[in-house]
Structures are given as structure tokens and as C-alpha cells.
Design a protein around this ligand. Sequence first.
Ligand code: NAD
Length: 502
Amino acid sequence: MTTTETTPAAPETALKSVDPATGEVIATYPIADADAVRAAVAKARAAAPAWGALSFDDRRKALLRWSTRLVSESDAFTDLIHRETGKTHDDAFLELMLALEHIAWAAKNAKKVLGPKRIASGPLMSNFSARLEYRPLGVVGIIGPWNYPVYTPNGSIAYALSAGNTVVFKPSEFSTGIGNFLAEAFRAANPELPDGVFVAINGFGATGAELVKADIDKIAFTGSTATGKKIMAAAAERLTPVLLECGGKDAVIVAADADVKAAADAVAFGAAGNSGQTCAGVERVYVERSVREPFVAELTRILKNVKPGSGDDANYGPMTMPSQIEIVRKHIDAALASGGKAVLGGPESIKGAFIEPVVFVDVDESSEAVVEETFGPTVTVRTVDSIDEAIELTNSSKYGLSSAVFSKSRGLEIARRLRVGATSVNSVLGFAAIPGLPFGGVGDSGIGRIHGEPGLKEFARPHSIAIQKFTVPGMALLSFSRTKSTVNLLRKVVPVLHGRNK
Ligand code: NAD
């Protein structure tokens, strides 16, 4: 049995999964049309009561069985990730490992975060007990990107499932096989569960748009800001709540007291790792003047030896999505046209689907290369005269996903002043590997949070319950039987409770 919902499709409407390094077609998938999407949602709807009624412990066990299955199939899975995205096998394994950490965190913490809680009822309602309980939303639609096709959608899938929802997942058209692998592994690990707990549907943006329109209780989207805006507008039709994890233009601040070598090492990885196709990758650097020269020298020294390729000796793979190559080219041209200088690489760094690292200095802050998400292995370095200037430039972006600060003495102080969802101090991307920390952005980087407690609460409905344990004669506040003497008593009590604040 398969968890993949499809309709018979004419060959020209089929989706081809292509190896980005070679152009070879790996597999072909029929595309889910509107009827197939509705059928998938109906199947998930039918499975929702049974899955939602399981105890937190039983759901935890089902999710952990899924993890075990993914580990046992990790060789085949990482090979598929390598072929479908171009990532090296090691990077594919690292991504799987991070996703497993999140599955474990969501599965093991759902009870603590979402389990029933007693709430103090307060002096005026002391004849009541109060409870806060969390209910599943029902069916969650999840739309994913291709750049971290296991880790990224799992920030929604594992958390939505742990909170008791069933899931209909549309992976990116550039990582269809990977998305199906995830759903099939869940099904294979949990054959006793109804078929619709975790369903994958395949297709392009149009299939995603049908999912947004369908009878779902929340849409969790990860992808570009432009698509996020379309999804939010479409979701407004049915007032479907949205979780939007969108793009970024993340900055790193290198302070005068930073360990410059460590900063350059981390920036090199943050900028060029995964060919720069990382939502929270490093795209801009603001470095204090006194350390600019050693920092730029060390950064270019490291990146000179960093090479893309399709073998496992490569540092990173090709651009996964062919159209992104032109965006990177446009930004390289824009950086140069604005007066920027390439201290490593340039337009010649683009070699088909493989792009070698490019480092720019002194690019004008209004250039597309500084303002828009590049999503390639390029980085701009600007010299600043103070930390205040670095903070102002960091915060002037329309995006606000994450950031990093390198400073021996002021890291936390600088981090607190940044308008972003996450900051790594003396490292890059550290927050993304700590499952208890929420992840998400402000501004054009999106709405809501995945991971951690907020990530579980995104997929649950708080239900407040107030239980009257006994009545106090004459003290019924919410009744027409309330007496004048009760109100007179309250007039004396209220100043004691609230009138003595200094
Ligand atoms: P994209 O917006 O092109 O596509 C994302 C998904 O949306 C795909 O599955 C696509 O088929 C679907 N889609 C496209 N149009 C749609 C529509 N009208 N309605 C519904 N679904 C639609 O993004 P991408 O190129 O796949 O991913 C790269 C982007 O994702 C980058 O901007 C990156 O920063 C961002 N991203 C963000 C995070 C995060 O957590 N904030 C993580 C990873 C990637």
C-alpha cells in the first residue's frame, strides 16, 4: 500500500524528478490534480479522529518507530537525497540526522508542552478550578521546499503529527521522491495505523495551491516569500491559519574583538555550504574596520579551496533548481555594477549547475545583491566603523530570519538588538540544530515558529475549561441573583487587590 495520492496523468502532465548534476531523469510521478488533492485531504480527515484520540505516549511510539525506520534505510535515503538534490552524501546524512533530532524532540516533548494543565483560578473565582488543554487542529497541509527537503518540512510534519494532527504533505517538485520516501517510511513503520495519518501528494505549485484551498485546518508553508504571500492571500478565503517560513538575507556581524579566524571559518561554511541554498545561510557580513583585512584574507583563503562537484570529495553540490543559477548571475552582475569588488571569483565562477564561491567587498547597500535573497555561494562583506552601524545595516533588511555575531565580549548584547528570529553567537546556524529552540522569522521571512514549544503549539488549539466546584450563596457574580451586598463587598476587596500598586 502506498501513502502517495495521485491521479492517472497524461505523460505531459507528469512530474519528472531530475538529478541536477547530470540532468538524468530519476523517476516520473503523476501529478495530483484538484480531485486527487481533495481525496488525499478526505483520507487524512477520516484518519484524524483515530490518530488524535491516541495518547501522547502512543503517538510518541509511532513517531519513534518512524525514526528507527529512517535510520535503518538511511543508506538508500541519503543516496536518494544525493541524487535528487545534488547534495553530497555526507551533507544528506547530516540533514537526516538533524531531522531525526527534531522528530525525537517533538515526539518526546508533546505531552509536557500540550498535556492538560491546571491553571490558578484567582481570588475572585476561587470556587472554580481551571484547566488548559490542547486539542489537535485536525488536518494540516504542509508545503515544502527542496533545499533541505527532509529537515525543513519535518519542522512542521513531526510537530503537527506529535500534536495529534494528520498531515497532507506536498513536497517541492524538485524533491518529490524524498517527500514520498518520508511518508512511505512512516506508513511502513506503522502499518496498524489508518492509511491517512501522513499522506504525500505530488505536483508543482498548482497542486500546492489546491491544497491551500482544500478542507484543511492549517497550512504550514516553507519556501520563498513570493509564494508565501500568495498562500496567505489564498488561505484568507477560508480563514485557514497560516505558518509561513520564508526567505532570508541573513547578516553576520564581526566585531573588533572577534576571533577572526573562527569567524572566517564559520562564515565560509554559512555562505557556501549546500551551495548557499540555505534559508538561514550567510549572505551579508558587516565587519569592524580594525579586523576587516585579516577577516577578508582568511575568508578568501578558505573559500579558494572550497569546490563544488558531484563526487563525495566535493565540498558541496550543484544548484538544485536550474532557474536559481540566473538569479545568482544577476546578483553577481549587480554587485559589480554597484561598485563592488570581487576578491574571490566573479561571473566566471558559474560553471553550469556548479557555482564556485564568490566573495565581494564594498557592494553598495542598495544593490540587489545586498537587498534580495541570492540563495547561492556568494557573500558580500562591508566594512563598518561601529557596532551600532553594523546593527543598523543588519536590521534595515526587509527580511529578518536569522543572524550571527562574532565577538569575545559583546555577543549576547549585540544579539539582543537584532530584528530577527534567531542568532548564533560565535558560530553560524547553531540554533537550527537545537530542537528546543523555535525557528522562524519576522518581516518578509514569515509568520509563526517551527521547532520547540512554540512549534508544537502552532499545531494545537488551546481549550480553556473553567469548572465551578461549588456555589457561594449570594456571591454568584455571573448571575442575576447577584446581590447588592456582594457588589458592596467587591468594592472593598478590589482596592486591596489592585489599588496598592506602587
Ligand atoms: P518556492 O516558493 O518556489 O516553492 C516552495 C513550495 O511551494 C514548492 O513545493 C512549490 O511547489 C509550492 N508552491 C509554488 N507556488 C505555489 C502556490 N501558488 N500555492 C501553493 N504552493 C505553491 O520555494 P523553493 O524554491 O522551493 O524554496 C526556496 C525558498 O525557500 C527560499 O526562499 C528559502 O529561503 C526558503 N526557505 C525557507 C526556510 C525557512 O525555514 N524559513 C527553509 C527552507 C527554505
